[in-house]
Design a protein around this ligand. Structure first.
Ligand SMILES: [Fe+2]
Length: 295
């Protein structure tokens, strides 16, 4: 048990030491080899920029979609006083709307990602939430409000969609590009997620996802430090996060293919079982198997 803990520690510490991010060392290593393998497949500006920066702001604001979704979630507003965040219930109408959005509005982007990864792209998790102001968020982790990297291989990425007009007071998502992530971690000298980055007097400023309802961005959250902003008092932020995993599976190219067996995991928002199965290999054997799947 102790040895296992030690391995976890060094995996994390070496990730920090050699790659300057908070993703485990072995995932950074696998990413490096996988990126090299797929480098010949970069053939358009979207993929190039997304890989270079670690995030990509979509050219088009999906305001029709976001306003429809917003009106559906606002139907279910209950008494939500005295909570830090609220998880919206995802009913059949909402599922239908999100599926249509993924299959139609996102198809150009997803096709390019499929081409680059030479695999299918699957939805593995949907998060639909409202974050409120929290008086303790500066010192406690409430809703991923401390900078962190998600611990996955980079076949895992997320789409963040604003469901209302967002400014700095409504707690936008904050993201550091891949290269700024390296710089800022070098400055803060901490090997795991922390709330000190805020306090650095640095010229390196994160991107804040402010803008109109429907504004969206893709992010390799394992590569870019990111966090949820904290809304000001009496303010809140409604947002949707769609988690995707690129995974070679010849059986079926439907983005929602895994819904058949992992319905709860996809729509319930809190469990990461499916994402884990596809983008979080546990041992060397699983890592090699994943690497070999991408041709
Ligand atoms: Fe995260």
């Amino acid at each position: 048990m102790k040895i296992y803990k030690l391995i976890i520690f060094f995996d994390k510490y070496f990730g920090y030491l050699f790659f300057k991010n908070y993703n485990p060392f072995r995932y950074n290593l696998l990413d490096m080899f996988l990126k090299k393998k797929l480098s010949k497949r970069i053939n358009n500006n979207f993929i190039k920029k997304f890989l270079d920066d670690g995030y990509f702001i979509l050219d088009y604001n999906f305001s029709v979609f976001s306003e429809k979704l917003s009106s559906l979630i606002n139907l279910q507003d209950k008494n939500i006083d005295k909570v830090d965040y609220y998880k919206f219930e995802i009913n059949e109408d909402i599922k239908k709307l999100i599926k249509k959005f993924v299959n139609n509005d996102l198809s150009d982007y997803l096709n390019k990602l499929k081409e680059y990864f030479n695999s299918n792209v699957y939805v593995t998790n949907i998060t639909l939430k409202r974050n409120f102001y929290s008086s303790i968020a500066d010192r406690e982790e409430i809703y991923n409000n401390f900078y962190h990297n998600d611990a996955y291989v980079y076949n895992h990425f997320k789409l963040f969609i604003n469901l209302m007009d967002i400014d700095v007071n409504t707690g936008p998502t904050h993201i550091f590009s891949t290269s700024d992530t390296r710089k800022i971690i070098n400055m803060v000298r901490k090997y795991k997620r922390n709330n000190q980055i805020e306090k650095l007097d640095s010229e390196i400023i994160p991107y804040k996802h402010v803008g109109p309802s429907g504004k969206s961005l893709f992010c390799f959250t394992s590569k870019c430090l990111h966090k949820a902003g904290v809304p000001s008092k009496n303010k809140f932020r409604d947002y949707l996060i769609i988690t995707f995993v690129a995974y070679p599976n010849k059986e079926n190219d439907n983005c929602f293919y895994y819904e058949e067996n992992f319905e709860e995991e996809i729509w319930n928002g809190d469990t990461n079982k499916l994402t884990t199965n596809l983008a979080k290999p546990y041992n060397l054997k699983q890592m090699l198997t994943l690497y070999k799947k991408f041709i």
